[in-house]
Design a protein around this ligand. Structure first.
Ligand code: MN
Length: 364
């Protein structure tokens, strides 16, 4: 098992008993009147699955009531389908009220990474995560952050296995889908724990529910954004950059990025789309050790926020104005920075993915 901050913390020399992470996690919750799970903004399948899995663990092992929450809307069609199909009850973080002795656990995210609006009235008991983006975990009693792990759901599955808790279909489906989406089809590039979690969970999943989530119906705006993405794509060496003028969901940038990333000539795809008063950025790379999260954080710098993993990353930059000139100015600054970060000659002329002539001909 990977060494973790939780492992090293418990590495006291006086005791020979090695307690498992899940034992320590549960022990700290014994006096809790209720356990509330929080995660990052626009909850994704990994955060939803992790909250559900840990809530199940707590309910089975301690009989303590739990709550799952959501921070901001859930936009992506598959993620909304997951909430609906698995009947997840999510309390909006802005409506939370606290019981005496209530305990809060943060999953798939770390405090002060700018990825959540939760700054609750009560301190966190635990942080369970796998992100590279370092958060402020000082003073938090239980921390289990495994940066090599592909999904937080894999760690939660491990806790359930350690405690020998039966995993019902609904929980198994959520955990499985959480891992599947985080690994983008490459379980073996993540960690052995991800791969083995998928093996354990798959027979327990609800296959119909899984296919209803995977094949969620898409809104018209998705196709509008795909069209804009195709029409605005420029290729610079191994990088493709696409811009979307106006999106009615922050998730469309990532969806366009997922759609574009399989183009055979490029290794990197960056999509930037205007959503309300922000430019939302999404990055994908086919390189297994691409460190996309680090690259995007470096590019965005002080302009905004960013984070992510080896193959995938996301971020946002506030726009001073949504006028075309303000958007264009930011786009060209970011283009310069991406080219520099990927060591592509800054004078490289972009080549359109779809030549203008072809676009016009298609209209006739
Ligand atoms: Mn995750």
């Amino acid at each position: 098992m990977a060494r973790t901050s939780a492992d090293s913390e418990s590495g006291s020399s006086t005791l020979t008993v090695t307690r498992r992470c899940s034992d320590r996690f549960l022990r700290g919750l014994e006096q809790a009147s209720r356990v509330t799970f929080v995660s990052h903004v626009h909850a994704d399948p990994d955060s939803l699955g992790s909250m559900l899995g840990l809530a199940h663990l707590v309910e089975c092992c301690l009989g303590t009531p739990t709550r799952l929450t959501r921070d901001g809307p859930i936009c992506r069609a598959e993620n909304r389908a997951m909430v609906e199909v698995l009947n997840l009850e999510l309390v909006p973080v802005e409506h939370l009220e606290w019981d005496d002795n209530e305990v809060v656990v943060m999953v798939d995210s770390q405090p002060n990474t700018g990825r959540h609006n939760f700054n609750g009235g009560i301190p966190l008991y635990a942080v369970i995560d796998h992100h590279d983006t370092p958060g402020d975990v000082d003073g938090i009693p239980f921390v289990d952050v495994r940066r090599k792990l592909g999904a937080t759901c894999s760690l939660v599955t491990r806790y359930l296995m350690e405690q020998d808790v039966p995993v019902p279909k609904r929980v198994a489906t959520a955990l499985f889908y959480g891992i599947e989406t985080e690994l983008s089809g490459y379980p073996r590039e993540a960690a052995p724990l991800d791969d083995s979690a998928l093996h354990v969970l798959f027979p327990l999943t609800d296959k119909d529910a899984l296919s209803r989530i995977r094949n969620a119906r898409l809104p018209e705006s998705y196709y509008e954004c795909i069209l804009q993405g195709l029409q605005s794509s420029f290729i610079y060496d191994r990088l493709m950059l696409c811009w979307i003028d106006e999106m009615d969901s922050a998730e469309h940038a990532a969806e366009v990025c997922d759609f574009m990333m399989r183009l055979e000539q490029v290794d990197w795809v960056v999509v930037g789309g205007v959503y309300q008063d922000q430019l939302i950025l999404s990055v994908r790379t086919v390189r297994p050790h691409g460190r996309a999260g680090e690259m995007l954080r470096q590019v965005v710098g002080r302009l905004g926020k960013a984070g992510g993993h080896n193959r995938r990353a996301g971020g946002s930059v506030p726009l001073p104005s949504t006028s075309p000139s303000a958007v264009e100015e930011l786009q060209s600054e970011l283009r310069r920075r991406f080219l520099r970060a990927l060591r592509i000659d800054e004078d490289t002329r972009g080549r359109r993915l779809m030549p203008l002539r072809a676009m016009l001909q298609n209209l006739q």
